[in-house]
Ligand binder design. Structure first.
Ligand code: ADP
Length: 541
């Protein structure tokens, strides 16, 4: 091989920090504090404090590769940890405070977190599981509030550190930089360990035109929490390009977000459908109250963005929704639903169909889907389990051999998502593999039934699960939450579905319930629902 003569420059997070210091010192970071007031500082302040954090962590004895846990909302201090921790050689481990304390204890122990940075408001969450962990240094992130017993203050930690003692390190790009645990909807939570290289490449990809098209001129508001797959990588990508950041803190209600979007002239925001549904409702109630003319893109992902929501934002409020798909195991962005020039020639209704799919793979992510008879054709109809590979896709879980079966012998990761792939390379998620209903050898998509049911005017939420059936193996059961003051019978819903689905897809049973159990990341917890209806057998044979 004749080797090329380009430099072997390592792709690491301290490089992004230095770039921010050299070029974007004037750029702003705004945070909504718990008391709703705004904290403002610049990239110059941010870099200085991130460096101090790195020095302080070394000062308390952290070794390269040690894990530093965080329990925090989207704030400027959390951003400091995003860069300060990996720049010290340690590994940033964000924990989801919405998880059950048993899971949090398990995760902190499994990761062997030595330090935990805890938002003042989340100290009660931490105290519920602290005793069960090996955390040596508990740090409360507060601006002058009380320091609970057994903890040290983040500000004291920083003020005890000399910024000048920070030296930009020359890490190997393969070194671990951050880790997240999957939310455990499929068995025990499993750790995904990102490298410096994977996050840097993911940041560059995120900024590309056909992904989020980020630049210095942007103001980014990550609604998706920083404990949820690195807020989809947006903090890293924003600092890389010098985009202003608007951090909403714990205020994720529609009114606060709309104020933030307007006042800080946000150009790109991102979050799960539930949040933006609430925002849409508020906008519909008061269409003239907010000036969102600067907002160019609203990224929706984590769960399927309903077609009606995409259309409503566009038609009623002139806001473009971009649907994206990803996973903890891939940093997380895998596909985005940007239409190509070819697709823009299609009739508008058809274009909308595509935009409501999860989109086509971003550069360097490759996809394929495996069905019962091998890899499925890209015909938009045949369902198969999606497999992916790429430079930010996990090649293994962190010390969890029971997850090995998710990785194929030829180096792909099996996602557990059942999809179709069409001729444009767009994937459409029809189910999670464990939620798919297999009836008489045919596959029924619970997601499609749910979407259709939720389009019924009386239905607020619908979750469809499989129940055992002697003749067909499995049949669908629909759990329905009705909107307040509305009514619908089983027959109404059945005839609503009949129009669009083959007869064998129609649920055998409807159960009207008060609520559907949700996971800590706002998705239907079908495992719980299945437990609730255990022993339920279909009677319609
Ligand atoms: P978990 O699988 O533990 O809930 P993740 O937060 O990593 O954790 O979620 C990844 C999963 O979320 C995907 O495998 C997929 O099932 C679902 N998901 C993510 N984005 C979308 C989307 N745009 N549409 C439908 N499902 C999505």
């Amino acid at each position: 091989m004749l080797e090329g003569l380009a430099q072997d420059f390592q792709l690491t997070l301290p490089y992004i920090l230095r770039r921010a210091e050299q070029l974007y010192g004037y750029r702003e970071i705004v945070t909504r504090r718990p008391d709703r007031s705004f904290h403002r500082h610049t990239f110059a302040d941010f870099v200085s404090r991130a460096k101090k954090l790195a020095v302080a962590l070394k000062g308390i004895g952290l070794e390269p590769g040690d894990r530093v846990g965080t329990l925090g909302w989207n704030t400027y201090q959390h951003l400091e940890a995003y860069f300060g921790v990996p720049s010290s050689g340690a590994v940033l481990h964000t924990l989801n405070p919405r998880l059950h304390e048993d899971d949090l204890a398990y995760i902190a122990n499994h990761a062997e977190d030595r330090v935990m940075l805890v938002d003042e408001a989340l100290v009660p969450v931490f105290e519920k599981f602290r005793e069960r962990t090996g955390v040596e240094h508990a740090v409360v992130v507060t601006e002058g509030g009380e320091v609970p017993h057994g903890m040290i203050s983040y500000e004291d930690l920083l003020s005890g550190a000399e910024e000048d003692r920070f030296e930009y390190p020359d890490f190997d790009e393969k070194q671990a930089s951050a880790m997240c645990y999957t939310s455990g909807t499929t068995g025990r939570p499993k750790g995904v360990l990102y490298s410096h290289r994977s996050i840097v490449l993911h940041s560059m990809m995120s900024a590309m035109g056909n992904t989020f098209a980020l630049s210095e001129a942007d103001c980014v508001l990550p609604v998706v929490p920083m404990f949820h797959v690195n807020a989809w990588g947006l903090p890293f990508a924003s600092v890389l390009v010098g985009a202003k950041l608007m951090m909403p803190g714990p205020h994720l209600d529609a009114e606060s977000l709309l104020e933030d979007l307007e006042e800080e002239e946000v150009t790109l925001t991102a979050g799960v459908p539930t949040v933006f549904l609430a925002v849409l409702q508020k906008l519909d109630e008061e269409p003239d109250r907010y000036d969102l003319s600067k907002l160019r893109t609203m990224v929706i992902g984590g769960s399927a963005a309903p077609k009606g929501v995409i259309k409503a934002y566009e038609e009623r409020h002139g806001i473009e929704v971009l649907h994206a798909w990803g996973m903890t195991e891939m940093d997380p962005i895998g596909t985005v639903a940007h239409l190509t020039t070819e697709m823009k020639k299609l009739p508008e209704e058809e274009q909308l169909e595509y935009r409501a799919k999860q989109g086509y793979p971003v550069p360097f992510v490759e996809i394929r889907a495996r069905g019962d008879e091998g890899f499925v054709p890209w015909d938009g109809e045949t369902m198969g389990e999606l497999e992916v590979r790429g430079p930010w896709v996990a090649r293994s879980y962190y010390e969890a051999p029971d997850g090995d079966d998710k990785f194929t012998d030829d180096g792909w990761f099996t996602t557990g998502d059942i999809v179709t792939i069409d001729r444009f390379g767009f994937i459409k998620i029809t189910d999670r593999s464990k939620d798919l209903i297999k009836s008489g050898g045919e596959w029924i998509s619970s997601v499609e039934l749910e979407n259709a049911l939720m389009a019924h005017p009386a239905v607020s939420q619908a979750a469809v699960i499989a129940i055992p059936d002697e003749k067909w193996d499995e049949r669908p059961l629909a759990a329905i939450v009705l909107k307040e003051g509305e009514s619908a019978t089983e027959e109404d819903l059945q005839s609503h579905l009949e129009k669009d689905f083959a007869k064998f897809w129609l649920p055998d049973a409807y159960e009207f319930v008060e609520s559907i159990p949700m996971t800590a990341t706002g998705k239907f917890q079908k495992l719980k629902l299945r437990e609730q209806f255990e022993g339920y057998t279909s009677t319609k044979n």
